[in-house]
Write a protein that binds this ligand. Structure first.
Ligand code: SF4
Ligand code: SF4
Length: 209
């Protein structure tokens, strides 16, 4: 089973003034229930956590892909690039392997320096790559697995074609119906966030709604 801790934090990267994950992370803890896309109520106007010494466990352990993966270009710090790289896994149990999900937080992300190069590095290394476009707060994302779709362009080192495919997928993912994120109760009566599946786009279209 793949663990994030297999990818230790890079010594030369720090969050600095970034607080993107305080908006785009789902936090599901007794003291803080926050679906993705909602700004955390503890995030100070000037940035920084207002409850840092007692912040929830999720916040203590979470670090994005930019903090962990050297081949994610240094220029892609999430607040500067509008690209949030999330680590995830593909496969089950002992077969699970690292995958990366590039969330494009706005259209400006498509112009981020280093986006195409970072995605190409993952595809070239055989890492499963997803592209996600967040929905409005309260709604699920649109998402596509793109390593297959980008393979020929990456092999040909055709950056323009990589960006053309990403732009097309972004446009497809930006519009269309999305499922609402719901807060439900588990068997013990505790609230849980039901994220629902992202809308599939690109070649992996299976459940377009
Ligand atoms: S998104 Fe990444 S760089 Fe930004 S605050 Fe979170 S962990 Fe740090
Ligand atoms: S509790 Fe603090 S670290 Fe956690 S999401 Fe909120 S502002 Fe960010």
């Amino acid at each position: 089973m793949f663990q994030e801790t297999e990818f230790p934090l890079l010594a030369d990267r720090a969050c600095g003034g970034c607080s993107v994950c305080c908006v785009h992370l789902t936090i599901e803890e007794p003291e803080l229930m926050k679906p993705q896309g909602y700004r955390c109520p503890h995030l100070a106007d000037a940035g920084g956590c207002g409850i840092y010494p007692s912040r929830p466990h999720t916040c203590r352990v979470y670090h994005c892909g930019w903090r962990r993966l050297k081949w994610v270009r240094e220029v892609l710090r999430p607040d500067r690039s509008q690209v949030l790289v999330k680590l995830r896994s593909v496969g089950k149990g002992a077969e699970a392997v690292l995958a990366v999900d590039f969330l494009l937080l706005s259209k400006a992300a498509l112009k981020a320096e280093g986006l195409a190069e970072s995605i190409a590095a993952a595809v070239h290394s055989g890492v499963p790559v997803f592209l996600s476009i967040p929905g409005p707060p309260g709604y699920t994302s649109a998402s596509a697995r793109v390593d297959g779709e980008l393979g020929a362009a990456v092999a040909a080192r055709d950056k323009a074609e990589v960006l053309r495919i990403l732009t097309e997928l972004h446009e497809e993912g930006r519009v269309g119906k999305r499922a609402p994120i719901q807060v439900a109760k588990n068997a013990a009566g505790q609230p849980v966030i039901a994220l629902g599946k992202p809308r599939r786009i690109g070649r992996g279209r299976l459940s377009r709604s």
